[in-house]
Design a protein around this ligand. Structure first.
Ligand code: PLP
Length: 473
């Protein structure tokens, strides 16, 4: 494709994207396909000859779009918001168009230095002190994996340079709770800790926060049993009910130890743009690393996860590689982000954050977050005012966990009823929510926060929920 052919097609594509976003509210929220439909609609072999652009766009409409669950739809309340602000889309398109290669500062100085700047902007915007330095990973899963790897190397005194974990006399222990995101368990297993060495610390039954006392007791027990406590992963905003572990109390427990404290704020980091929410991660300054995803609620298109550390030297010592072909005359003077994470080749991800912040502006983003918090509060009040409906977990931000609890219905029958009404709504395409288990009983998470979701959408959702739940009785 020549630049001129690209110009023509790209103009068409941008129009197509703008139309798609304008019309999204008219589409069903949930993908209306059965397993295999999309695959079977595509040829089983790649084309030998280039095809006209129009036929690709036509297949986008006919095959691809029906196979998308529309997370940008204002009636999407599933999982967590995965906002893709159009301002950030422009940044992502620019990233692709520039076609840069991020393998060293020299390979693209702008990639490195824009990333340094936007990470620092977001550090300031979330109230983190100057002792933090950040980078952008693809996902919170990678950020958590990185935190565990550097924690492992701190506890094992850089065993990677000798026998690795396999030569450690004492097993290294990771501490989390049952509420932590599944990516944490996965990262701990992949980082070689072993499932037997991941402790699930007791939580408070109501707030679902980690008990700092239980953590302290477990660490003491592990030390007595000749284990090496290594890392605590605290959740600032769990996936299930957006619970916040007491970071400050956990930091008290870890005071005077070398145990790493990582704070996973994947979803809720966005809330820290608002000073009035920062009490929720009080004590974060005492952690060793923090990560959060602008690609969730804040709205910088996937993939964009911020990872901050206080001691980049340690991170670099664990991650750095210096093959001779990457040598440059500025080594030692500049940031080499390949030494801040696992991949060598990196995309110019900072552009989407840079575009997003510059084009939308911080004030508008904060206003939207406050709107979502207000909408969640509205829903809480509406649910609480209705007989037979309940809020099943404290609402800290924008996730409202609800259950329809008709009198005399409980146990398996209640579970079946919950799944019936939520599945019926999801399948209808009118709205989408995620059923989830809380203490072994099904409930429904209403996760508010799509960029286009206004109060009237939440009001409509509540009408649909009540009507459908009653129809399912
Ligand atoms: C609290 C929490 N941590 C981590 C993750 C994983 O995020 P990612 O998809 O960026 O790996 C999620 C995803 O929803 C999450 O809610």
């Amino acid at each position: 494709m020549t630049p001129e052919e690209f110009r023509r097609s790209a103009h068409e594509l941008v129009d197509w994207i703008a139309d798609y976003r304008s019309n999204i509210e008219n589409m069903p929220v949930r993908a209306q396909v059965e397993p295999g439909d999309v695959r079977n609609a595509l040829p089983s072999q790649a084309p030998q000859q280039g095809e006209p652009f129009a036929s690709v766009v036509s297949d986008l409409d006919k095959i691809v779009v029906p196979g998308i669950t529309q997370v940008q739809h204002p009636m999407h309340y599933g999982w967590f918001p995965s906002n893709a602000s159009l301002a950030s889309v422009l940044g992502d398109i620019t990233c692709a168009g520039l076609g840069t290669l991020g393998i060293s500062w020299e390979s693209c100085p702008s990639l490195t230095e824009v990333e340094e700047v936007v990470c620092d902007w977001l550090r300031q915007l979330t109230g983190l002190s100057e002792q933090w330095e950040g980078t952008i990973h693809d996902t919170a899963s990678t950020a958590c994996m990185t935190a565990l790897l550097i924690a492992r190397e701190r506890t094992s005194n850089f065993s990677e340079n000798s026998g690795g974990l396999q030569s450690e006399v004492k097993p290294l222990i990771v501490y989390t709770t049952s509420e932590v995101h599944s990516s944490v368990q996965k990262a701990a297993l992949l980082a070689g800790f072993g499932a037997d060495n991941v402790r699930s610390i007791a939580i408070d039954a109501i707030s679902r926060q980690m008990s700092a006392t239980a953590l302290q007791d477990q660490i003491r027990l592990d030390i007595e049993n000749q284990c090496a406590p290594c890392c605590v992963i605290a959740s600032a905003g769990t996936t299930g009910v957006t619970a916040f572990d007491p970071v400050d109390e956990i930091a008290d427990v870890l005071e005077d130890t070398t145990i790493w404290l990582h704070v996973d704020a994947a979803m809720s980091g966005t809330a820290m743009l608002l000073p009035e929410c920062r009490h929720l991660w009080h004590g974060v300054e005492r952690a060793d690393s923090v990560s959060w995803n602008p690609h969730k609620w804040m709205g910088t298109i996937l993939d964009c996860s911020l990872f901050y550390v206080k001691d980049p030297e340690h991170l670099i010592r664990v991650m750095s590689t210096n093959p001779s072909y990457l040598r440059s005359t500025v080594d030692g003077e500049v940031t080499q982000y390949r030494d801040w994470g696992i991949p060598l080749g990196r995309r110019f991800r900072a552009l989407k954050l840079w575009f997003h912040l510059r084009l939308d502006g911080v004030d508008a983003i904060k206003q939207r977050i406050r709107r979502d918090l207000d909408n969640a509060l509205w829903l809480v009040n509406a649910v609480e005012a209705e007989q037979d409906w309940c809020i099943v977990a404290p609402v800290t931000l924008q996730t409202v966990c609800i259950r329809h609890q008709p009198q005399n219905m409980n146990g398996e029958a209640l579970d079946q009823h919950t799944l019936n009404w939520v599945d019926r709504i999801n399948q209808s395409g009118a709205a989408f929510m995620s059923p989830s288990k809380l203490d072994e009983r099904w409930m429904v998470r209403v996760s508010i926060g799509v960029e286009s979701t206004e109060r009237h959408h939440v009001e409509r959702l509540w009408r649909v929920i009540r009507t459908t739940a009653h129809e399912c009785l």
